[in-house]
Design a protein around this ligand. Structure first.
Ligand code: ADP
Ligand code: MG
Length: 602
């Protein structure tokens, strides 16, 4: 579970203690104590008339930078902690709390020379960063920068048309400032068309990246997963940590990551801030993939769901309300309820009989640790990168006069333009370049834009489907078959089907299970509405609706006996006809931030 929210035990041990003046200087000194989970900031002088203690939870922290004054005679060093704690909103909406950016700067001036003060500032920065990244330290550890891995290099793929089309804007206002504070180096590529991301990941050099992050809805991640599985080196490629930063209308995986971190269910920019915060923490969890075969014999890899009936109808029919963001699903549901269609079909499945005894697989993940490897970039088309700047980060200087007043602006505010602010450094040049790009797309770079494998000759790889028989043959004898009229059939392997659809509360990223749910014909409209309303909180199974069934399975087959209908894989429409899938436990890796497995090196 979440290592940061654990009960007070070894988490309360003080790792570092020190007294510093805050910056800008107001004659106030603070005692700082760092534990495994929190940074305690106690005001010392002038004597407080009340307890002026601030507790910064490390789960809310994204990074810490050291700085120096450009005034050569000033021997002080500084460290600045960047956090996004939940704070009361001025206007109460939802829970009344939202994350707001806080940057706290402390001055280290106990030694006479700058080098000694810097060493102390670096010790604090290194300790905080180790804890954020899950690198084990104790009060016995000799803490220094050498404990830290080199900055992570992430390939960010952005679909500018995902959701309401504000991915680029949110990237600038939320994502890039936060990941820069977390010392993440990135290369940002805007996709130009459908399947661009799929083709791009087929030709990248894996060794150059520590992760690939889709900035969109689940559809872009689907392209990334399938692009990696089409590579001849798929076994290695699919181990690349994959992340998602929700800027689409269907943000199921992001909502599932948010839930697994123990965060409150939120939507929009709040979900994005939570997911970016988690991305900065960097932990990776194994992720089950389901290989799905359709009637034409095509095979794809799915991380979310296969849907038939009510859910896939709503998903595809609500495309025309895309401008509404995730509200399109609510409207689509209401419209569909008016003409509740039922579908005759045969549903077969291999039950996961040992399901109760099933234990999630705990695996340690070893990532590339050699930061000294020569690093060459394949030129990417329509990209923005901060890579060349990342080496300067630790040596960064600022002018004292330009330090901001605290608290610093919230993530929704435009970033500070002061020269000291590391994130605004790459950021401002970036926004210009991106905007220019979107207005006037340059010539395609054939090295990247040309697919490594043309769509017509795509070859999907992957492990064999041992549980499945070909679709034109009967299912194995050990399977169960139900022939009936269905309102919906849903095979799902994440907790959420949308940001506010807590559809499968018992699902886990790597439980090795497909959660098969179906609703049979005969259910009243009122009962179906009740189920969907309860789904927001995940309480729909508590209604014990006789028409709703849930079975954990390893494999399934859907054979529609109704001529017309819609089938989706991960929200993407596929050919209508018999379809089947089986789970492949832990085949991929998902950047979940604070999962059970903490990454200790990149
Ligand atoms: P949403 O959740 O809003 O549907 P997705 O990430 O699912 O967002 O993307 C929707 C669709 O757009 C997917 O089928 C994806 O493959 C496709 N796509 C990705 N990049 C582009 C692009 N540049 N132009 C058009 N479609 C794109
Ligand atoms: Mg989608």
């Amino acid at each position: 579970m979440n290592v940061f929210l654990g009960a007070c035990g070894e988490g309360c041990e003080t790792l570092l203690h020190g007294e510093f003046e805050a910056y800008p200087p107001k004659g106030t000194r603070y005692a700082l104590s760092l534990t495994q989970t929190e940074l305690h900031i106690q005001r010392l002088v002038p004597k407080p008339d009340m307890d002026h203690r601030t507790v910064m939870r490390l789960i809310d922290v994204v990074g810490c930078h050291t700085m120096r004054s450009p005034t050569i005679t000033n021997q002080s060093a500084f460290f600045r902690v960047y956090a996004y704690p939940l704070k009361k909103r001025k206007v109460v909406v939802g829970s009344g709390r939202a994350r707001q950016r806080v940057a706290k700067t402390f001055q280290v001036d106990s030694a006479e020379c700058y080098e000694d003060n810097l060493q102390m500032a670096e010790k604090w920065a290194a300790a905080i960063k180790c804890l954020v990244l899950g690198i084990a330290i104790s009060s016995e550890t000799e803490i220094s920068r050498s404990l830290l891995p080199r900055p992570r290099r992430l390939l960010l793929l952005l679909n500018p048309f995902g959701g309401k089309g504000n991915g680029l804007q949110w990237c600038q206002s939320h994502i890039l400032p936060m990941i820069t504070e977390a010392d993440v180096s990135f290369n940002l590529v805007q996709t130009e068309r459908q399947n661009h991301a799929r083709e791009l990941v087929q030709s990248i050099s894996l060794a150059e990246w520590d992760g690939i992050v889709a900035i969109s809805g689940d559809g872009l991640l689907y392209e990334v997963v399938n692009g990696l599985m089409e590579r001849p080196d798929w076994e290695e490629a699919i181990k690349m940590p994959l992340g998602i930063l929700p800027c689409g209308s269907g943000n199921a995986v992001a909502a599932s990551i948010n839930f697994s971190a123990g965060f409150e269910q939120v939507l929009g920019q709040e979900l994005l801030t939570n997911c970016t915060l988690l991305l900065c923490h960097g932990a990776v969890s194994p992720l089950d993939l389901v290989s799905v075969t359709t009637s034409s014999g095509s095979r794809t890899f799915s991380f979310l769901s296969v849907a038939w009936g009510f859910i896939s109808d709503v998903d595809i029919e609500s495309e025309k309300y895309r401008h509404m963001g995730s509200a399109r699903f609510t409207l689509g549901t209401l419209i569909r309820l008016a003409s509740m269609t039922t579908y005759r079909g045969r549903l077969s499945y291999l039950p996961a009989l040992d399901c109760a005894a099933h234990r999630p697989i705990l695996r340690s993940i070893t990532m590339a640790t050699n930061g000294s490897l020569p690093f060459q970039h394949v030129p990417l088309h329509r990209t923005v990168s901060d890579m060349a700047l990342c080496e300067e980060r630790h040596n960064f200087c600022f002018r004292e006069a330009e330090l901001p007043e605290e608290p610093a602006p919230s993530p929704s505010s435009p970033p500070s333009s002061s020269a000291f602010h590391r994130s605004s450094f790459s950021f401002e040049g970036l926004s210009e370049e991106l905007l220019a790009d979107s207005e006037d797309p340059p010539e395609a770079d054939p090295a990247v834009a040309a697919p490594a494998v043309s769509p017509s000759v795509r070859q999907m790889h992957g492990p064999p489907d041992d549980f499945l028989t070909p679709l034109d043959q009967p299912v194995p004898k050990s399977w169960v078959t139900v022939e009936d009229d269905f309102v919906l059939v849903l095979a799902i392997y994440q907790t959420h089907l949308g940001a506010d659809l807590f559809t499968s509360p018992f699902a886990c990223f790597d439980d090795g299970l497909i959660h098969l749910a179906y609703v049979k014909a005969g259910i009243s409209r009122a009962s179906l509405i009740r189920l969907f309303l309860a789904m927001e909180k995940g309480t729909h199974y508590q209604q014990e609706c006789p028409h709703l069934t849930h079975i954990p399975v390893r494999a399934f087959r859907i054979e529609p006996l109704t001529r017309k209908g819609i089938l989706t894989i991960d929200g993407e429409r596929v050919e209508y006809g018999p379809i089947q899938g089986q789970v492949h436990p832990g085949l991929a890796n998902l950047l979940t931030g604070i999962g059970r497995v903490k990454v200790t090196a990149f």
